[in-house]
Ligand binder design. Structure first.
Ligand SMILES: *Cc1c(COP(=O)(O)O)cnc(C)c1O
Length: 380
């Protein structure tokens, strides 16, 4: 068992550990942050360009551009494709709120499709029927960190002349075939929200593209639509990655692959050690990799199991208990219960176990033990 006395919080197994994320880089990072704070240059500095280049190089896109958040990255991506009023954008019901919010904020109409029960990812077989003469783009979501099999989507997009925008906010580092998510569609969107696999110290995000003219347009859009001071040619945004956040990300990026490998190892451990229980998991395959932003388990007794685990000090949570199409904010879309049965079932039956790169064997043992205990005592 884990010794509670050495813990700072009430949790036995915590969801995040930011101390670990700066292990080994504390000195350099903290002094860089100090220097930046006193230098007084905070906006679109060299630190930002450096991180943008590193990110583009990492992802395999020619250009990367830092913005305020993942949500903004989606809004800017759609805007750069001239998507707005009168257009439709297809996406999946099983995603985080921001994917659909971004579509609506551009004035376009989101058109949802359900996800698959095995992969929890967009059911690509439903996409073709959702295409109309107004459809301009598909936002594909690499949900939980699992890369979508892009082949059928790329074929569809090609056939119907649609853009693919990748919502890779949960999946930085994941690959489809040998390509990084974000680099496959016309544009890729990333979030560096503190909960994500690559975490800034606040809100931050990025858009990547290999199209120079799109990159140029995005650079104007994020900066009030200006081409030079006081010359605003476009209706833009104010959405720029801060120098401080760029520094945090610059120091953490070199560790991302190692962290993602650790996440995948822990996920495999959970899968192996929980395999005998009446639980199911997001399936994996060798077409694409999974970086486990979330590790979800599915069970009809979700709420009871969650209560049990939280009582035992395990910071398990439900991600997205109300699916997109049933959120009051999106009532204008006029979807109703039953429209996307798989997304609805996942929203009722999934919970996320703690997963972090530094989760110890002891912590995994404890979580596995408590899940077993729940089923022994309460269910079987
Ligand atoms: C986190 C997330 C976003 C939004 O990112 P923010 O940085 O929080 O704005 C968008 N889509 C998905 C799938 C996400 O998980």
């Amino acid at each position: 068992m884990i010794d509670m006395s050495e813990r700072k919080s009430d949790w036995v197994v915590e969801r995040y550990n930011y101390q670990h994320q700066v292990k080994g880089i504390r000195k350099q990072l903290f002094s860089a942050l100090q220097n930046s704070l006193v230098a007084g240059k905070y906006i679109l500095t060299d630190e930002v360009s450096v991180f943008e280049q590193e990110l583009g190089h990492y992802v395999g896109s020619k250009h990367a551009l830092g913005v305020n958040s993942g949500t903004d990255s989606l809004m800017l991506a759609l805007t750069a494709l001239s998507i707005g009023k009168g257009d439709e954008v297809i996406t999946v019901a099983n995603t985080f709120h921001a994917t659909v919010l971004a579509i609506l904020r551009t004035g376009a109409q989101p058109v949802l499709v359900d996800c698959e029960a095995q992969t929890y990812l967009m059911d690509i077989n439903q996409v073709e029927a959702a295409i109309s003469p107004r459809t301009k783009a598909i936002i594909v979501v690499h949900f939980c960190g699992k890369a979508v099999d892009m082949k059928p989507l790329l074929e569809l997009a090609d056939r119907y002349n649609l853009y693919i925008v990748e919502d890779a906010c949960q999946a930085i580092g994941a690959k489809w075939q040998s390509r990084h998510v974000g680099s496959i569609g016309a544009l890729g969107c990333f979030s560096f929200h503190p909960s994500k696999n690559l975490a800034a110290a606040g809100d931050a995000g990025a858009v990547v593209t290999s199209d120079l003219s799109v990159d140029r347009l995005l650079r104007k859009l994020r900066h009030f639509g200006q081409v030079e001071q006081n010359n605003h040619q476009l209706l833009g945004f104010n959405s720029k990655l801060d120098a401080i956040q760029a520094l945090v990300l610059h120091y953490k990026l070199p560790f991302l692959d190692e962290w993602n490998v650790q996440r995948a190892k822990i996920a495999q451990d959970y899968r192996d050690r929980l395999a005998h229980l009446p639980l199911t998991f997001q399936t994996v395959d060798d077409k694409s990799s999974h970086v486990y932003h979330l590790f979800q388990i599915r069970t009809p007794v979700r709420d009871a199991l969650l209560g049990y685990l939280r009582d035992k000090g395990i910071d398990a949570v439900i991600r997205y208990p109300v699916p997109i199409h049933l959120q009051p904010a999106f009532s204008q879309l006029e979807y109703k219960p039953g429209d996307f049965p798989v997304a609805e079932a996942l929203a009722k039956e999934c919970l996320c176990l703690p997963i972090r790169p530094d989760l110890t064997m002891k912590e995994v043992d404890y979580v596995v033990h408590m899940i077993n205990e729940y089923f022994e005592k309460c269910e079987l």
